[in-house]
Design a protein around this ligand. Structure first.
Ligand SMILES: CC(C)(COP(=O)(O)OP(=O)(O)OC[C@H]1O[C@@H](n2cnc3c(N)ncnc32)[C@H](O)[C@@H]1OP(=O)(O)O)[C@@H](O)C(=O)NCCC(=O)NCCS
Length: 207
């Protein structure tokens, strides 16, 4: 059976379900950094900052949120919302937990500068139950549409180098690997040796 997938901008009411999805789809990142209460920290971060919500599109099937994509564009660049992460961490993990979490987040943060011709996929995730149904394809095609509307010529992203499944999905969607980044620090925090920077060149409206 083919499920109908619909997309819409995320809203404040989605903070809870997005926190669940973030924690479930990126346990390797958020678990070590945010601790046992990762989902709760993410919920507080989302509702306090709202910056991520403004740059998130959710995918729904049968009116339930089943996936998300977070996009950074030259018109909506990454905001400096570290202070809201700090508040969310402090609320749930206390001052020392907050210091630890913020430090780890800063250490592994990919501070690559957004180029002025691209849309950057900050995060993409689909609920395990709903994978393999074209939800990620739909969300990536949405990112392409956003890029075209803004006259931008490429999509870019980073994916940990042992996430074979996601790499296969991206390659199938036309992404190629541009660079591999490795660091001991990254491995120490996340358990992954490094990550690939991938990009997809988009054809312009005129050709
Ligand atoms: C990676 C992820 C987003 C894929 O989501 P999905 O909704 O299952 O992917 P889709 O069903 O849209 O598949 C997109 C394309 O990849 C292909 N694909 C999906 N799973 C695949 C697999 N295991 N192996 C090879 N190709 C695969 C699909 O066939 C589809 O191509 P097609 O439309 O030509 O058939 C999902 O597995 C996920 O959330 N993983 C955890 C978080 C993560 O790793 N995010 C990406 C890292 S930034």
């Amino acid at each position: 059976m083919t499920e109908k997938i619909t997309l819409r901008p995320a809203a404040l009411d989605d903070a809870q379900v997005l926190a669940q999805l973030w924690a479930a789809t990126f346990p390797d990142k958020f678990g070590p950094i945010l601790g046992d209460k990762a989902e709760r920290v993410l919920y507080d971060w989302l509702r306090l900052s709202q910056r991520h919500l403004q740059t998130t599109t959710v995918a729904e099937i049968q009116e339930a949120v089943v996936g998300f994509i977070v996009l950074e564009t030259p018109l909506a660049p990454r905001a400096d919302d570290g202070r809201w992460l700090w508040h969310a961490l402090q609320l749930n993990n206390g001052i020392f937990g907050a210091l630890r979490g913020l430090l780890l987040m800063v250490l592994i943060d990919n501070d690559r500068q957004l180029s002025d011709n691209e849309v950057y996929i900050e995060m993409l995730g689909v609920d395990q139950v709903w994978r393999g149904l074209g939800v990620a394809r739909c969300l990536i095609e949405h990112a392409e549409e956003v890029a075209r509307q803004q006259g931008l010529s490429q999509l870019a992203l980073a994916v940990v180098s042992d996430n074979t499944l996601a790499i296969q999905v991206y390659e199938k969607m036309g992404f190629i690997t541009r660079a591999e980044r490795c660091s001991r620090l990254f491995k120490w925090v996340t358990g992954h040796t490094g990550y690939y920077e991938m990009a997809k060149q988009l054809s312009t409206v005129n050709g």
